[in-house]
Ligand binder design. Structure first.
Ligand code: SAM
Length: 224
């Protein structure tokens, strides 16, 4: 989907206290230096408008969250919504008091930003399907991305992946076990799966596609 550029968004993202401008500086020290605690660190790769990760951060103030997004305009929108939601909740707007930050860049750089085993959980929500074979490497569940997750995720860390795209889901169900990941939970109809849907927080894409009647697929994977 083409996103219309918002004037001033590049500058606003570059100046935002919620966006980590030089993430490589914190490699290995996110919990201590950015969040000032030793909480679990949860990362959403390709957060889009970010409802999922913002909602999680409000529901779980005892965890730390990072939303990773390539598109500046999309990240800008999430950042603005975050400020609004903090204000509406009467919470401090000072990033130092917040358990959520954003990184704007390509997920290919994950290992430049996070040390081995530094991340506790990775969320992939409605990742772009890239259906043509020639674009396989762009899929966030392709072997090259799985290798990056393998490095930055702690030993017993998990990947949680949701989508309504059957092609990408089937591809991921094949690719994960072939790359040393075990699928420990799976559903082909999340919203009607009482166990896996418990505590589910919908993303923008999830709300949009489930409203159209599409079933939502979800899997949770850990190291084999
Ligand atoms: N997770 C959101 C949701 O479920 O509503 C957004 C889904 S949207 C289809 C996929 C998002 O992933 C887009 O915003 C896109 O810019 C981002 N994305 C795709 N490839 C990426 C990459 N290599 N690094 C960072 N973000 C990426």
């Amino acid at each position: 989907m083409r996103i219309r550029h918002i004037k001033g968004s590049d500058e606003a993202v570059a100046a935002s206290q919620y966006v980590i401008q030089e993430p490589e500086k914190f490699r290995g020290n996110w919990k201590k230096e950015v969040f000032g605690n030793d909480a679990e660190l949860f990362l959403e790769v390709g957060m889009g408008m970010g409802t999922f990760i913002r909602e999680n951060s409000f529901l779980h103030p005892d965890k730390d969250y990072i939303g990773f997004e390539l598109n500046t305009t999309v990240l800008y929108k999430s950042m603005k919504r975050y400020e609004k939601e903090l204000t509406e909740r009467g919470m401090s707007l000072d990033a130092k008091d917040c358990n959520l930050r954003f990184i704007r860049n390509d997920a290919r750089l994950l290992c430049d930003y996070f040390a081995d085993g530094e991340v506790d959980r990775i969320y992939l929500n409605f990742s772009d399907p890239w259906p043509k074979d020639k674009n396989e490497n762009k899929r966030l569940t392709s072997p090259q991305f799985l290798k990056l997750y393998d490095r930055i995720l702690k030993k017993d860390g998990v990947i949680e992946f949701k989508t309504d795209n059957r092609g990408l889901f089937d591809y991921s169900v094949e690719t994960l076990p072939a790359n040393n990941w075990a699928i420990k939970a799976i559903t082909y109809d999340l919203h009607n799966d009482a166990v896996m849907n418990e505590g589910n927080i919908m993303t923008e894409y999830e709300a949009k596609f489930s409203a159209k009647g599409n079933p939502i697929f979800k899997l949770i994977a850990e190291r084999a």
